[in-house]
Design a protein. Structure first.
Lengths: 411, 411
């Protein structure tokens, strides 16, 4: 028997280091997760360096690598994917930025890098979109609000590079930087000029905007300067369906992840009540994934909450969330004709409160796998599994081979 | 004690996936193979991705990789190695093709891509060799019959590329394709022109050939068109002896494998009664290898039958053949002063009936190896071995290091 479909479940930031408050176990080791254990017992396990041994991945670079798109080729900065996640249709060659609305004092200092954690900035972004004019550079742009104080900017035009600095002073009560080219390339100089012009023109529009005048009167910081960072050039992603011959969907709350899915041509599946946090409708995600497998060959599901607990350093909360995830996974055991992959995109150790390069546990379950004797899904149990230690680049090819869609190299 | 010689035994297509008809064991796991087990128990084991994780190797690319010749550099298509295997002396830069004799109907359709499984085509190939003239292109050629309806063509001349299509319509009752350049390079255009001329001239010669007229009278399909595919440029292989400082031989029934050996400068050792199939004289191969080790530093032996059973999907036959192989391996245990490597070039799962990317089990036996506690040679037992998971590119360097012939990188 050979399966024909692939379900790829990425539990974001799942893995960890031993936590003293859990008696030296990791949250995954300490948690009760019978379904993950049944998948491990019926599958083949291993540990995985998403990018390479010792490389601490971002969620973006990790997901690219796991999908088989080498981040060294496809990732030049977070901006373009953030743009995609914000609903901007990015074309290859466009330059994308992550932006913040911030508050600038009359004497020119950035006094609040998040503009009083302003939310609902759509009216401001529309004013910037309508008012800023970059046509003297032959450049068009799209500027969109994101969650809270966040936004995204995309530039389109001839001769634009992506190697430019940020105007973000990175601390409050400091002057914004002038954006400069990194290196000596003409295209980067042009982008830096365009960016500085954008910041200046948008600043004027925001300074006079009624919403900001209103905020000032209410004692709130006006959102009167745009800080830009994460410049990157949109890559020319080979469509997933062409690359693997599989139709596919992505289910993720985080715009960065759904943006990556979108960039490679995976269809975004909306699910009610997903938040990318502890309270997300993860049961709905799994139901949607199973439903999606009825008509698609490949479904990627990202569940985010464990990563959040890791970033907050809350080992007990992380353990509890893992148990919550396991409780909604039981339907996976009834899926037929499908290879199921479960892994993390990176570790997020509670002791680090950030991503780490510790390898992640990975399991592959389904027809044809060489079932090993690992009975529990955990960081240390999986290290004794039949996959040994692999990199993220090998995961999709392995799954494609299992469903017998791999091309032979040679004869 | 340090050994001085290397015996490299490749059991083609040996490894597999769990087979329901063998109770969830692989043929290798189900088979009784005491000698392989003694080698495993006395050696160090691991699993190996011949090319890379998830890459499904051909026998040709796998053998190149295992011998330390990166297929990404040395492999442009199967043609050149097929030519070498057919006894054509290929020089770097020559363009090689795999060919079929086929039957073309009077209205121009290919009606049998194997010309009624014709065999003994030597007289036809000689007529083509004598009659076709490509001198207007400044091109010489060598055309040789292979087994059955197969043949090989090598082109030699200035300015020839290898990026050309095939004229094989890939199905019967279809017109042969015109051979075209893939891309826009001048050298590929020239090769395409030469190929089309070769097909046309050879077709005329074959149409009028007495053997074909005779076949027609007997109601057999005439071999009156040559189909060409697998174009590739012969690489500039660094000779094995120069690369490793070792004299070497190859023992293989398959012309593709002996051709690879020949291309890198391993001496082909003829053995009576070897067929590349279940009935091959494998005892003779092992005896010849041991004999060869008297005067050579390195001997590669390929045993093919297990691959054949995998392609045919016959798990019980594969198991039986593995037991047959094991039964002739006992003399290996008496070899002294030699590192013995046993592995497969790729898996050929009975459930897939083709090669797969599943890693192969590998064992290294002999003086100096860090003997691990793997007692049985199998896909899953070896995954717990001391070599962990390696790629094919690392195997020859490891063996060269064990016999203390490695060069230090640095001081």
């Amino acid at each position: 028997m050979t399966a024909h479909k692939i379900l790829f479940l990425i539990i974001d930031g799942l893995s960890d280091r031993p936590c003293p408050e859990l008696g030296g176990r990791t949250p995954l080791e300490a948690a009760n997760h019978p379904v993950l254990n049944r998948l491990a017992a019926g599958g083949v396990c291993g540990i995985m360096d998403t990018i390479a041994v010792g490389i601490r991945p971002g969620s973006d670079t990790a997901h690219l690598a796991l999908l088989g798109y080498d981040p060294h080729t496809y990732y030049t900065g977070r901006g373009p994917l953030e743009c995609v996640g914000s609903g901007i249709r990015m074309e290859p060659g466009m330059i994308g930025f992550r932006c913040n609305y911030a508050t600038q004092s009359p004497d020119g200092l950035v006094i609040d890098r998040r503009a009083g954690r302003i939310h609902d900035t759509k009216i401001l972004s529309q004013a910037v979109q309508d008012g800023v004019d970059l046509s003297e550079f032959g450049v068009e742009f799209i500027f969109r609000s994101g969650a809270g104080h966040r936004a995204a900017l995309a530039l389109k035009g001839e001769g634009l590079g992506h190697c430019v600095s940020s105007n973000d002073p990175k601390k409050d009560h400091a002057a914004p930087h002038t954006i400069t080219p990194v290196g000596d390339r003409t295209q980067d100089r042009k982008t830096a000029e365009v960016c500085n012009e954008f910041v200046q023109q948008s600043g004027k529009i925001l300074f006079d905007h009624p919403l900001n005048k209103d905020r000032l009167q209410k004692g709130l910081g006006p959102a009167n300067i745009i800080l830009m960072r994460g410049a990157g050039e949109m890559g020319n992603f080979e469509p997933f369906e062409k690359k693997y011959g599989l139709s596919g969907s992505v289910i993720a709350a985080a715009s960065l992840i759904s943006g990556i899915g979108d960039a490679v041509g995976l269809m975004q599946v909306p699910v009610e009540g997903i938040t990318g946090s502890q309270n997300s409708n993860i049961k709905g995600k799994i139901a949607a994934a199973i439903n999606e497998l009825e008509r698609k060959d490949f479904v990627l599901v990202n569940i985010k909450g464990a990563d959040e607990s890791g970033h907050d350093g809350l080992a007990a909360q992380k353990k509890a969330f893992i148990e919550k995830v396991d409780a909604v996974l039981e339907p996976l055991l009834d899926i037929r004709d499908c290879i199921i992959i479960v892994c993390a995109d990176h570790s997020t150790p509670c002791s680090i409160k950030d991503h780490s390069a510790d390898p992640v546990p990975v399991l592959i379950y389904g027809d044809g796998v060489r079932v090993d004797d690992v009975k529990e899904y955990g960081e240390r149990t999986c290290a004794r599994g039949g996959l040994c230690r692999i990199t993220g680049a090998g995961l999709m090819p392995t799954a494609i081979d299992l469903i017998n869609q791999a091309h032979k190299y040679g004869a």
